[in-house]
Every structure is written in structure tokens, then in C-alpha cells.
Design a protein around this ligand. Structure first.
Ligand code: C5J
Length: 237
């Protein structure tokens, strides 16, 4: 089955059987007051608006059996996987690995490193811990996707111009087609968010496609997928 989603620069054709939802770094450290993002002086409320639409998309993906993959940016407790250049960047008084209000900043297992409660992964949804900005770098994301014959990604999460953009570029170079949901990605810098989305869809979709989540949900519903899923326990993939 092909579902056609109105998008920029043109319709994104997706087959739910070969598409995965990727949720990037919806971690307390980036989204919640007191986390690393706010310690850097950012207004984290700018990211909060992504949570509700993303909850709806996540519920839809789960309902139709679309694979869902969560990522988290962070490091081992001994910081052995953190490049010295990354640790030094910003000359921060409280940076990666240092104790903060949510535990050690961007360290795996700490409260701030984990995903916000509203989008908590459930059994069967892989959580990829990534040391870099891109979700393909030093992770087994590509292997997971190829093993499930996934060819298209619905990309969501934070932040638009950093980890989302890097991941979309990595995916594009590997031959995956990406639809970025404009209201399910967010940035501390509204202008970077806007331009970041424009950059993805420019030049005929040089990195991918962009659409609001309402278009995706409407097309899944029109295709009967969401209604069918609510009366069936069968998963599509
Ligand atoms: C950042 C991210 N902004 N997830 N990480 O450092 O975008």
C-alpha cells in the first residue's frame, strides 16, 4: 500500500510496511527546565511544543505497527566515547559529564539523559544511544533499518538544525528517504528551525521532504490504516 502525504517539495509516497518513525533525542537534558539545554541559556519552552503532536504521531505509528526507534545523545560514564574536542567545546563551567540538577550532563543512566515521560519508549522499540549528533554515527541504526527492509523514515525530535539535520543528511546519503514533520521537530532558535526545514526541502528535496504531522495523520486515516489498526492486533511489519 502506498500513502501519499502532501509535503514540500512534493508528495511523500510512503509504504507503511517499509517506513519507520525515528524520534531523535527527546531527552530531559534538552527539553526540561534545569537540563543541559537550559543550563546553556536556551529557552527550552521552544521545544515543548513538539511533544503533543509527536505523541499523536507516536500513537499512530504504534497503532499501525510501524517500527519506532528512539535515540538519545550521550556518553558512557567514563566518557571514553566522548571526543576531547566535544568535551572542551564551549568552555562551559558545567558541561558534558559534570554534575548538574538532573545528574551528570548527557551521561547514560542519568535522569537528564533519559527520554521525557510523555514519549517514553515501550517494549519492542529500540533505544539507540549515540555519542554524536547523527543517529547513524557509531550506532547500529542502519543495520536495524536494513534488517527490517525499511527504506523511508519519518523523522522527528530535537533539535531541528543539529541532531535532526545531521541524521537526515546521513540517512539521505545512505539512500533512505526522509519525511521531516515540521511540528514534531524543534529548535532553541526559531530562525534556525525555519531555515533548517527549508534547507531539507530546497532544490527538489535535496535532503528530503517536510510536512506537518496533520497531513501524515490525515492520509493514514484516509487510507483506513488507523481505523483498521484500532480493531486489529495484527501488526503491519
Ligand atoms: C544538540 C541535539 N543540540 N540533539 N543535540 O546538541 O540536537
Amino acid at each position: 500500500m502506498t500513502v501519499s502525504v502532501p509535503a514540500d517539495p512534493y508528495d511523500f509516497e510512503l509504504d507503511p510496511e517499509t517506513t519507520a518513525l525515528v524520534i531523535i533525542d527527546m531527552q530531559r537534558d534538552f527539553l526540561e527546565p534545569g537540563g543541559f539545554g537550559s543550563m546553556l541559556g536556551n529557552d527550552v519552552s521552544l521545544l515543548a511544543s513538539t511533544i503533543e503532536p509527536l505523541q499523536q504521531v507516536l500513537a499512530a505509528a504504534r497503532a499501525i505497527g510501524m517500527p519506532v526507534i528512539h535515540t538519545r545523545e550521550g556518553h558512557r560514564a567514563d566518557l571514553a566515547d566522548a571526543p576531547p574536542a566535544k568535551l572542551a567545546r564551549g568552555r562551559l563551567s558545567c558541561g558534558i559529564g559534570d554534575p548538574g540538577p538532573f545528574g551528570r550532563v548527557l551521561v547514560r543512566g542519568e535522569h537528564g539523559h533519559d527520554i521525557v515521560d510523555e514519549l517514553a519508549p515501550i517494549d519492542g522499540e529500540p533505544i539507540l544511544d549515540k555519542p554524536g549528533k547523527g543517529a547513524f554515527y557509531a550506532t547500529d541504526l542502519e543495520l536495524l533499518l536494513r534488517n527490517r527492509a525499511v527504506r523511508r523514515l519519518i523523522v522527528t525530535g530535537v533539535t531541528t538544525e543539529v541532531c535532526v539535520h545531521t541524521t537526515v543528511r546521513e540517512a539521505n546519503d545512505r539512500g533512505f528517504e526522509c519525511l521531516v514533520l515540521s511540528d514534531c521537530v524543534g529548535s532553541y532558535f526559531p530562525e534556525f528551525h525555519q531555515v533548517g526545514l527549508q534547507m531539507i526541502a530546497a532544490q527538489g528535496g535535496i535532503f528530503g521532504w517536510v510536512a506537518p504531522s496533520s497531513q501524515l495523520l490525515a492520509r493514514l486515516e484516509a487510507a483506513g490504516l488507523l481505523a483498521a489498526a484500532s480493531t486489529s492486533t495484527t501488526t503491519i511489519i
